[in-house]
Design a protein around this ligand. Sequence first.
Ligand code: FAD
Ligand code: 2HG
Ligand code: ZN
Length: 485
Amino acid sequence: VDKFPGYVRHPHFKKQTQQDLTYFESIVGQHGYINNKDEMVPYNTDWMNKFRGQSQLVLMPRTTQQVSAILRYCHDQKLAVVPQGGNTGLVGGSVPVFDEIILNMKNMNRVRSFDSVSGILTADAGCILEVLDNWLAEKGYMMPLDLAAKGSCHIGGNIATNAGGLRLLRYGSLHGTVLGLEVVLANGTVLNNMSTLRKDNTGFDLKQLFIGSEGTIGVITGVSILTPLRSKAVNVALLGLNSFDDVQVAFKKSRVELSEILSAFEFWDIHSFQMYKKHFNHKDVMEKDYPFYILIETSGSNKDHDDQKLTSYLEQMMVNGVAQDGVVAQDQQQMRDLWGIRDGLTEALGKEPAVYKYDISIPVAKIWDCTEDMRHHLKTGGVFGEADSPVINVVAYGHIGDGNVHLNIVTKDLDTRVSDLIEPYLFEWVAKHQGSISAEHGLGVAKNEFLGYSKSPEMIELMKTTKAMLDPKGILNPYKYLPQS
Ligand code: FAD
Ligand code: 2HG
Ligand code: ZN
């Protein structure tokens, strides 16, 4: 378990008492909380098993009014709180650092309304992404975002992290698809902005502030979101390529040839694939391995038209030597299998002893330079390349279409010899190329101290002012998101 970076518990936060528990029980009832130490372990521990807090209480409210009553009390009593969704976040943001009360949203899990003409869905923030997607499937619609954690993550958590995922290239970011939010502020005030309008130019667009705010300025309790129609025709293809230049050519060409039906363009390198094969029972679909793989998905309304476009694109890729081999899924099961490789990469790495995760935005052309440079840097730093080196492998995969690469450094243990070589080296590299140190996972406690590599001092100052205005006692998700030093 990683140590939180030298933080000290804020002395002005009150320690929870029996009296507080009695109050909370009066709000959420005797089944609305957990305070048994063993049962609390999963709530105190993050998905990567890297960060662990020592909260003594998980509250699981059922209504917005309960969230409001809880926060009003915590604000008055100076009790610190961590909002928690599905606890799948990858930057340690969803678990307490010390003894903050965990406000888990899983009991707020109702669909509120759905307009089958416009595709606008309103729902409680604690709805699981996959549950919503399945619910919409019956109505011919789908959620505008998809990610491998969909079976556990909440739509509220997705919005709080501004999650990107596998289809951002097609459906855009949550800053565009979220139409309204219901948020409870730190002092218990309910901000009802559950707009179901696509167009609304009246005043500051306050909901945008909460998208990607990682539980630091309010608790999202309700969501209004624009959902796209589910495509009638979906195709998935996997290609093996020899170079990253070829990956870029294939991407550029896919936009030209597949244009409006392109719904995903993902890539992974051979090192990622080796990790996947190490941990999952994989039946090879190509005769040999290639240095790079791309997964292309098309979604449209006319199967013949889409098949024709995809076939023509794939032929060009093969004839021109851009792709060396390829397969197209022939049925739903094969589609799931191909997606399964991409979806399984994070989980495969999770089975290794330790992983340092980096989630960066850089110009597409620089993605592979960055990965190679890191491999070289770790080798010259003496931590990678030999059998007894602490680094097992450096792997890269991600959302080519969005200029977002996930650089993962797999190690035999959490090891400062390695992390000191990566940080701030990588962040400097990213800043030099006008990139972002977090494309989609956010800051939490893993990246907050490095915010200055992506945002100016003036912007960080304004962020701190905004935090102080909305949460003057700093009770919401303390120690995280903004630099503490
Ligand atoms: P949590 O992990 O519970 O919380 C995340 C943050 O949001 C915390 O700071 C928490 O305090 C805050 N929060 C949660 N709920 C609320 C709320 N209701 N109100 C206010 N604040 C709240 N991320 C991507 O962007 N793209 C991906 O493709 C992707 N793939 C993933 C694949 C796997 C296998 C895993 C494990 C993670 C992946 N992630 C991805 C990261 C993670 O799933 C997302 O960040 C997700 O959006 C988090 O949702 P959650 O409900 O689990 O939130
Ligand atoms: C993905 O795209 C997720 O699979 C997780 O954002 C990335 O494992 C990671 O680093
Ligand atoms: Zn991702």
